[in-house]
Design a protein around this ligand. Structure first.
Ligand code: SF4
Ligand code: SF4
Ligand code: SF4
Length: 274
């Protein structure tokens, strides 16, 4: 059955449609039907293209989802989908937009699909992945602690707005979204060139990884190595943008919580051991 191989994109589409219809009906808001149908269709299309061996399949999903979230949700609908927006909606007690987005993509979703968000949907990485250092050219640095500083700074920033009872916080959050993205892109691009590593921002600075890393440790979907086929050539480790030792199947493998499911290791393994 030639169609059998397309079962995964169909399952993904059905799951997203179920979420879309459920949220549409329970929240009585047509936006959820459109939003989750669009994201589900984009991801399904990416998986379909991957199965068809189209080499830019992941980038297609990244652009479809990333631009939608940055331009449509962020700039046109004025939804701050960055971590500051998450704190903002959390403090106001509204389970909408950024809180749903964080719950699905970055807090509970990683228990199923790990850091798939980072590989296929993040609008920051969507730009960083165009830079020249797809494979890191320098060893990893021990400065990952910076992510806790940026995480705390985002929380303090929003908490301070509430504590100071600043007026028109919604408008401030919109400008915070613009400024925050400009800063992320600026630092991300500068670090990529400094460390010769497109994903340096993800490894050391991104505050969202404070959620993503521990949750993805328990991810159901993981790249595993068939040790009977593996010849220890090391190619998978050399092409990995996140320095994961994917030949080790243990959950605590080296940089295991960094895997963004980009499939570069799978595509490059000469023995199809992954
Ligand atoms: S680590 Fe942060 S910046 Fe990098 S892809 Fe993930 S969410 Fe985006
Ligand atoms: S590329 Fe394949 S064969 Fe080589 S070390 Fe990795 S898993 Fe083993
Ligand atoms: S190359 Fe493999 S191990 Fe590395 S991030 Fe991509 S999928 Fe994960």
């Amino acid at each position: 059955m030639r169609l059998k191989k397309y079962v995964y994109p169909i399952i993904i589409l059905i799951i997203f449609e179920a979420v879309a219809v459920t949220l549409w009906l329970t929240k009585d808001n047509l936006f959820y039907l459109f939003n989750f149908s669009y994201i589900g269709s984009s991801i399904s299309l990416g998986i379909f293209l991957f199965i068809r061996k189209y080499k830019h399949a992941r980038r297609v999903v990244q652009l479809l989802v990333g631009l939608y979230m940055l331009v449509y949700l962020g700039l046109i609908c004025n939804e701050n989908m960055q971590i500051e927006g998450f704190w903002y909606y959390l403090f106001t007690g509204v389970f909408e937009a950024a809180t749903i987005h964080y719950a699905v993509a970055k807090i509970f979703g990683p228990l199923i699909f790990g850091r798939g968000w980072c590989g296929y949907a993040c609008w920051t990485a969507m730009v960083l992945d165009f830079l020249p250092y797809k494979v890191p050219e320098q060893p990893r640095k021990s400065i990952g602690w910076i992510r806790y500083v940026t995480f705390a700074a985002s929380l303090i920033f929003v908490a301070a707005l509430f504590l100071a009872k600043v007026g028109n916080i919604e408008r401030i959050m919109f400008w915070a979204f613009i400024a925050g993205n400009a800063v992320y892109y600026g630092i991300g691009i500068a670090l990529a060139f400094k460390f010769k590593d497109n994903r340096a921002f993800c490894k050391y600075i991104c505050p969202v990884t404070v959620f993503l890393k521990p949750m993805s440790y328990y991810s159901m979907i993981r790249i595993k190595c068939n040790r009977d086929l593996c010849i220890d050539c090391g190619k998978c480790r050399r092409v990995c943008p996140m320095n994961v030792d994917v030949t080790d199947n243990a959950r605590n493998r080296k940089n295991g919580t960094e895997c963004i499911l980009c499939m570069e290791c799978v595509k490059n393994c000469p023995k199809k051991a992954l």
